[in-house]
Design a protein around this ligand. Structure first.
Ligand code: PLP
Length: 434
């Protein structure tokens, strides 16, 4: 393989178009091209013959998440499971859903799993099952996907934002404690980007003030948290946990899906009732509920993918280690901090770029111009979104959160990133800082 800009491999995108060119290919005599700026392509034909022909493999286009590549590896199992659901016609509340709930409960080490339609519903159902009432305050992060805050607003609950820690992006327990008032009823830690929040410290605040803990575990399914009660799975530590099976999640289905987890028998019963129009016995409704179901097809797919979840986390960690090593010496970049009490399952690999949003956005542009997608999760914190602005949480009220929105940049992260792609991504980043 040829070197590119000192450290990458020669990479091809699409049909015979060269992404980055070697100093001098002995047979092609291609022009030197240091730095990966500018248009992606050099019009150099892919060698079809000669002694170097076998060295040149077209690079798979890089995506933030490679869902097709992942599916192709488990295609026979998945296709057979889908065909079986179709054959059974048990599309709703079929045995696949029950089996998936049981298997996920075993995996998480939790007594009850109740599947539902998506991760946003799961959060809403959790709040309803806990009996939270309009006006009750719920402390959560502003540096998160909006779903967490949206469901609070829909139920008339009052979102109270705590700041996050600059290293892990997770809730700062000290700020959570500062935000407690007599109206506070619950804390919602979000295990952001695949790493659990500090559940011991958050649980201590909850105990002191008698608050519920609802873990939003949409991004960290399978991660472990080692705390006062031993090592437990993220989402299975608080009173109730929720997740999303959105396709790009670490455990994703082929549509929408979600689930709730709890060790509390009574709460599990209420959750099931709320999911099912507030009903336990058909056509008798005890409480106001919603219609939120995981369908059998998704459950069948999730049962297969659950068996691979630990291997998927390993693959994500391997990609993260390549990134960590490659960027260790770049002073302008901070690689993701790891907590001592948890492991990371890298739903996202998120860098911090020093120098503010201009610098960060310029790097993003450079990456995209060279065939590397990158995303800003999240460009605007919830407390500054038009829908959720309030006088209490004006600009400047959550300094770490606000700073992060100007610095973060997530690189491609999936179970399918190969060496060639990782070389191209890291070389492209490094070239930018040369
Ligand atoms: C932290 C967080 N919470 C909740 C959700 C909502 O999940 P869903 O899209 O399945 O409704 C997501 C999904 O993106 C999320 O990332």
């Amino acid at each position: 393989m040829q070197e590119v800009g000192g450290n990458g491999t020669v990479s091809w995108i699409g049909e015979g178009s060269l992404v980055a060119v070697a100093d001098q290919h002995p047979e092609q005599g291609s022009k030197t091209a240091h730095g990966l700026d500018g248009p992606i392509i050099f019009a150099a034909p892919q060698p079809k013959s000669g002694k170097y022909a076998d060295d040149f493999q077209p690079m798979k286009p890089i995506q933030m998440v490679d869902l097709l590549g992942q599916y192709e590896k488990i295609k026979p199992e998945v296709d057979a499971a889908i065909a079986e659901v179709v054959r059974s016609t048990a599309f709703i509340n079929g045995p696949e859903v029950k089996a998936f709930e049981k298997e996920l409960a075993e995996f998480l080490g939790v007594k009850h799993v109740v599947a539902c339609a998506n991760g946003t519903d799961a959060l809403q159902i959790a709040m309803m099952a806990l009996g939270l009432k309009p006006g009750d305050e719920v402390i959560t992060a502003s540096f998160t996907f909006v779903a967490t805050v949206e469901v609070l607003a829909l139920l008339g609950l009052v979102p109270v934002f705590a700041d996050v820690l600059p290293g892990t992006f997770n809730l700062d327990p000290a700020d959570v404690a500062r935000k407690v008032t007599p109206r506070t009823k619950a804390i919602v830690p979000v295990h952001l980007f695949g790493q659990p929040a500090d559940m011991d410290a958050i649980t201590a605040v909850a105990r002191e003030y008698n608050l519920f803990v609802v873990e939003d575990n949409a991004q960290a399914i399978g991660a472990n948290h080692s705390g006062a009660n031993g090592t437990r799975k993220a989402g299975a530590i608080g009173d109730i946990g929720t997740t999303s099976f959105f396709p790009s999640k670490n455990l994703g289905c082929f549509g929408d899906g979600g689930a709730l987890f709890t060790n509390d028998d009574e709460l599990a019963k209420k959750v099931r009732m709320v999911c099912n129009h507030g009903s336990d016995v058909r056509y008798y409704h005890e409480t106001v509920g919603v219609n939120s179901r995981l369908d059998s097809m998704q459950a069948a797919i999730l049962r297969i993918k659950l068996r691979h979840l630990n291997a998927y986390a390993k693959a994500r960690n391997a990609a993260a280690a390549v990134y960590d090593n490659a960027f260790a010496d770049i002073a302008e970049l901070s690689t993701p901090a790891r907590s001592s009490f948890a492991n990371h399952v890298f739903h996202q690999y998120t860098l911090k770029v020093a120098g503010g949003s201009e610098k960060r956005d310029a790097l993003k542009k450079h990456l995209e111009a060279n065939g590397v997608p990158a995303m800003v999760y999240y460009p605007v914190p919830c407390h500054l979104q038009n829908a959720y602005k309030s006088a209490r949480f004006a600009a400047g009220s959550l300094p770490v959160t606000e700073q992060l929105t100007h610095e973060v940049l997530s690189l491609p992260m999936s179970t399918e990133l190969d060496e060639q792609q990782l070389n191209h991504i890291t070389a492209t980043v490094k070239n930018y800082f040369k």
